[in-house]
Design a protein around this ligand. Structure first.
Ligand SMILES: [Cu+2]
Length: 141
Protein backbone atom coordinates (compact mmCIF):
# COMPACT_ATOMS: atom_id res chain seq x y z
CA UNK A 1 0.00 0.00 0.00
CA UNK A 2 2.73 2.38 0.93
CA UNK A 3 4.46 1.89 -2.45
CA UNK A 4 1.22 2.54 -4.24
CA UNK A 5 0.71 5.76 -2.30
CA UNK A 6 4.19 7.02 -3.22
CA UNK A 7 3.58 6.19 -6.86
CA UNK A 8 0.27 8.01 -6.77
CA UNK A 9 1.95 11.08 -5.29
CA UNK A 10 4.64 10.95 -7.99
CA UNK A 11 2.00 10.61 -10.67
CA UNK A 12 0.16 13.63 -9.31
CA UNK A 13 3.34 15.70 -9.34
CA UNK A 14 4.09 14.65 -12.92
CA UNK A 15 0.53 15.42 -13.96
CA UNK A 16 0.85 18.86 -12.42
CA UNK A 17 4.11 19.52 -14.24
CA UNK A 18 2.62 18.37 -17.52
CA UNK A 19 -0.37 20.65 -17.02
CA UNK A 20 1.95 23.57 -16.30
CA UNK A 21 3.96 22.90 -19.46
CA UNK A 22 0.83 22.57 -21.59
CA UNK A 23 -0.61 25.77 -20.14
CA UNK A 24 2.56 27.71 -20.91
CA UNK A 25 2.42 26.45 -24.51
CA UNK A 26 -1.19 27.48 -24.87
CA UNK A 27 -0.49 31.09 -23.95
CA UNK A 28 1.88 32.54 -26.53
CA UNK A 29 4.59 34.69 -24.94
CA UNK A 30 4.91 38.16 -26.38
CA UNK A 31 8.54 37.48 -27.26
CA UNK A 32 8.81 34.75 -29.89
CA UNK A 33 11.96 32.80 -29.09
CA UNK A 34 11.64 30.26 -31.89
CA UNK A 35 14.85 29.85 -33.90
CA UNK A 36 15.12 31.38 -37.35
CA UNK A 37 15.03 28.74 -40.08
CA UNK A 38 17.93 28.19 -42.45
CA UNK A 39 19.41 29.61 -45.59
CA UNK A 40 18.42 29.25 -49.24
CA UNK A 41 20.14 30.45 -52.37
CA UNK A 42 17.75 31.83 -54.95
CA UNK A 43 17.79 29.79 -58.12
CA UNK A 44 17.23 31.17 -61.62
CA UNK A 45 13.84 30.28 -63.05
CA UNK A 46 12.99 29.83 -66.72
CA UNK A 47 12.94 33.59 -67.15
CA UNK A 48 16.42 33.90 -65.65
CA UNK A 49 15.12 35.66 -62.57
CA UNK A 50 16.62 34.41 -59.31
CA UNK A 51 13.57 33.30 -57.43
CA UNK A 52 13.08 32.16 -53.88
CA UNK A 53 9.85 31.24 -52.15
CA UNK A 54 9.66 32.29 -48.53
CA UNK A 55 6.91 30.66 -46.54
CA UNK A 56 5.39 31.88 -43.32
CA UNK A 57 2.55 30.57 -41.22
CA UNK A 58 1.41 30.47 -37.64
CA UNK A 59 4.95 30.25 -36.21
CA UNK A 60 5.69 33.88 -37.14
CA UNK A 61 8.93 33.01 -38.88
CA UNK A 62 10.25 33.31 -42.45
CA UNK A 63 11.30 30.00 -44.05
CA UNK A 64 14.06 30.42 -45.05
CA UNK A 65 15.07 33.45 -43.03
CA UNK A 66 18.33 33.98 -44.91
CA UNK A 67 18.30 34.38 -48.69
CA UNK A 68 21.45 34.41 -50.78
CA UNK A 69 21.40 36.00 -54.24
CA UNK A 70 23.85 37.27 -56.82
CA UNK A 71 23.76 40.34 -59.03
CA UNK A 72 20.85 40.51 -61.41
CA UNK A 73 17.11 40.36 -61.04
CA UNK A 74 15.63 38.84 -57.90
CA UNK A 75 12.12 37.71 -57.15
CA UNK A 76 10.94 36.97 -53.63
CA UNK A 77 7.64 35.19 -53.27
CA UNK A 78 5.97 35.36 -49.87
CA UNK A 79 3.70 32.37 -49.38
CA UNK A 80 1.44 32.48 -46.33
CA UNK A 81 0.99 28.79 -45.66
CA UNK A 82 -1.54 29.17 -42.85
CA UNK A 83 -5.02 27.88 -43.59
CA UNK A 84 -7.42 30.47 -44.96
CA UNK A 85 -9.10 32.27 -42.12
CA UNK A 86 -7.03 30.48 -39.50
CA UNK A 87 -3.68 32.22 -39.55
CA UNK A 88 -2.15 35.64 -39.24
CA UNK A 89 -1.32 37.87 -42.21
CA UNK A 90 2.33 38.61 -42.97
CA UNK A 91 4.30 41.13 -44.98
CA UNK A 92 7.94 41.52 -45.92
CA UNK A 93 9.63 44.90 -45.76
CA UNK A 94 13.30 45.70 -46.23
CA UNK A 95 15.05 48.34 -44.23
CA UNK A 96 17.28 50.50 -46.41
CA UNK A 97 15.86 49.18 -49.67
CA UNK A 98 12.71 50.31 -51.49
CA UNK A 99 11.51 46.70 -51.63
CA UNK A 100 8.47 45.30 -49.93
CA UNK A 101 5.63 42.86 -50.19
CA UNK A 102 2.40 44.15 -48.73
CA UNK A 103 0.07 42.23 -46.45
CA UNK A 104 -0.46 38.63 -47.51
CA UNK A 105 -3.44 36.90 -45.92
CA UNK A 106 -3.45 33.26 -44.83
CA UNK A 107 -3.58 30.95 -47.83
CA UNK A 108 -2.34 33.61 -50.26
CA UNK A 109 0.95 34.59 -51.84
CA UNK A 110 2.48 37.69 -53.37
CA UNK A 111 5.86 38.59 -54.82
CA UNK A 112 8.23 41.43 -55.48
CA UNK A 113 10.81 41.62 -58.26
CA UNK A 114 13.82 43.92 -58.04
CA UNK A 115 17.40 44.39 -59.09
CA UNK A 116 19.86 43.03 -56.54
CA UNK A 117 21.53 45.92 -54.71
CA UNK A 118 25.28 46.16 -54.12
CA UNK A 119 26.89 43.18 -52.40
CA UNK A 120 26.15 43.16 -48.70
CA UNK A 121 23.59 42.09 -46.15
CA UNK A 122 20.14 43.61 -45.99
CA UNK A 123 17.60 42.89 -43.30
CA UNK A 124 13.87 42.54 -43.68
CA UNK A 125 11.02 42.22 -41.26
CA UNK A 126 7.36 41.34 -41.12
CA UNK A 127 6.09 44.67 -39.83
CA UNK A 128 2.99 42.96 -38.46
CA UNK A 129 5.12 40.72 -36.25
CA UNK A 130 8.14 42.90 -35.58
CA UNK A 131 7.52 42.52 -31.83
CA UNK A 132 7.77 38.75 -32.26
CA UNK A 133 11.09 39.20 -34.05
CA UNK A 134 9.88 37.85 -37.41
CA UNK A 135 12.93 38.92 -39.35
CA UNK A 136 15.24 37.75 -42.10
CA UNK A 137 18.18 38.84 -44.19
CA UNK A 138 19.16 39.00 -47.81
CA UNK A 139 22.80 38.42 -48.61
CA UNK A 140 23.93 39.74 -51.99
CA UNK A 141 27.17 38.15 -53.12
CU1 LIG B 1 4.27 38.09 -39.88
Amino acid sequence: MRVVRVRTAAALVLTGLLAAVLTSCATEPSANTRPHPGTATASPGGDGVQTVVVTSGVDLRFHPSTIVVHSGTVRIVLDNTAKVGQGPPHDLTFSGLPVQIGTVQAGSRASVTFTAPAPGTYSFVCTIHAAQNQTGKLIVR
